[in-house]
Design a protein around this ligand. Structure first.
Ligand code: PMP
Length: 412
């Protein structure tokens, strides 16, 4: 078999991480991987998560390592769905109860697994001619859809000159080229890698376009609550499509990696939204998803999902989680401001407002590949060749150093 294997390019983010770990320079800075870090550059297990971990340990539930159903932990899935679509878990109205019947939910292996499962499900049952990805998008979208065997096309998303969203280009391309039944992949909030999201008005136009041209919206929601600090605000687009386009099917890949800081626990869900509210239809969708799940991983992992479940079943713990979300999102926003201020102070050539205007974990800095290489070689500051910087790698201590480094590579 070795003779038939072609070399595969390695993953840039993981490579960068390894190079950073090997680097012995004391002032090195990692702006590569999209994980939250404290101002001391340390991982941050959320206080609410630590509290719940202790509780779970005390409870010592003897069934905690048992298998779940194939679709996963059902109470967890209901909570995940309610969080995503905005249902009141305890006092849902009759209308909301009916709307819940439009959503088939299963557990997946975090956001990546939910994207993959969704891709496989659509490829198997809907057989779309194409999937449309934003240019650029999270690099793994390409791989996932390649594995699902669906031809990939891209719609314009980023305007390098103004470092802003190319909404006109996006709409014009989808209008002219997307065909009925094509899938359109949309980042629910905090677009990775650009940090640029459509406005509410623009989301409404995207929803109209999808409805008119009968395109299938596939939302990737990896940052609910993490981006703005509000789980409502960050779910706005998904909820708008769900509520205002009841005659359109859609789906959502939901990750709990960033918003609960449960990266390696692989907590996620996949939700398929039908146009008809009915338990039978919902069960048929779930059963078809279960068939794929059974053949791939039998069921989603349990540990992290029991933490999320515990938090979301208690109003008190949920309120504490909201506070943790605010800590993370505020620190990231403060670091955007700090970097921007330093660059302005240094009068670094170019405009830098985009750093504060972008949203979420990342900034698409606009730095060129040559500048990115110089940052690494000369200053030991690590970011992706595309110029994407993970803002949470900045701190009060290193932001002036990073700004100086950027200033130097931009000038030289
Ligand atoms: N989608 C996007 C846009 C992401 O940025 C990420 C995390 N980098 C994911 C999905 C998946 O994350 P995970 O599999 O860790 O939940």
């Amino acid at each position: 078999v070795l003779a038939t294997l072609a070399p595969v390019p390695s993953d840039e983010i993981f490579d960068l991480n390894r190079a950073y770990a090997r680097d012995t320079f004391p002032q090195k800075v990692s702006l590569g991987v999209g994980v939250y870090r404290t101002d001391e550059g340390k991982p941050w297990p959320l206080p609410v998560v630590e509290k719940v971990e202790k509780k779970l340990l005390e409870e010592n539930d003897p069934s905690r390592h048992e298998y779940t159903a194939i679709e996963g932990d059902i109470p967890f899935l209901e909570l995940a769905r309610d969080l995503m679509f905005g249902f009141d878990g305890k006092n849902a109205s009759a209308e909301q109860e009916e709307a819940k019947k439009r959503i088939a939910s299963v557990q997946a292996v975090a956001g990546t697994g939910a994207n993959h499962l969704g891709g496989l499900f659509l490829a198997t049952h809907m057989k779309p001619k194409n999937v449309w990805l934003s240019d650029p998008s999270w690099a793994n979208h390409m791989t996932l859809w390649e594995m699902a065997g669906v031809p990939r096309k891209t719609y314009p998303y980023y305007e390098p000159k103004t470092r802003s969203l190319d909404f006109t280009g996006m709409m014009a391309t989808l209008e002219a080229e997307a065909q009925e039944g094509d899938v359109v992949l949309l980042h629910a909030c905090a677009h990775n890698p650009t940090g640029l999201d459509p406005t509410k008005e623009q989301w409404m136009e995207i929803a109209d376009l999808c409805e008119r041209k009968q395109l299938f919206p596939f939302f990737d929601s990896a940052y609910q609550g993490f981006a703005s600090g509000s789980v409502v605000e960050d779910a706005w687009a998904v909820r708008y499509f769900f509520q205002h386009k009841p005659h359109m099917e859609m789906c959502v890949a939901q990750s709990f990696s960033k918003n609960f800081g449960l990266y390696g626990q692989r907590v996620g869900a996949f939700h398929y939204v039908t146009t008809v509210a009915g338990v039978d239809i919902r069960d048929t969708v779930v059963n078809n998803l279960c068939h794929l799940i059974r053949g791939e991983f039998s069921m989603g992992p349990r540990g992290g999902c029991s933490i999320v479940k515990k938090v979301l079943t208690s109003d008190e713990l949920t309120a504490e989680w909201y506070e943790d979300l605010k800590v993370m999102s505020s620190r990231i926003k403060a670091m955007r401001q700090a970097l921007y201020k330093e660059l302005v102070k240094l009068q670094t050539p170019g405009t830098w407002e985009h750093i504060v205007n972008q949203n979420g974990m990342f900034s698409y800095t606009g730095l060129t590949p040559a500048q990115v290489t110089a940052l690494k070689e000369k200053y030991h500051v690590y970011l992706l060749q595309s110029g994407r910087a993970s803002i949470s790698g900045l701190s009060e201590k290193n932001v002036a150093y990073v700004a100086q480094a950027i200033d130097d590579v931009v000038r030289n």
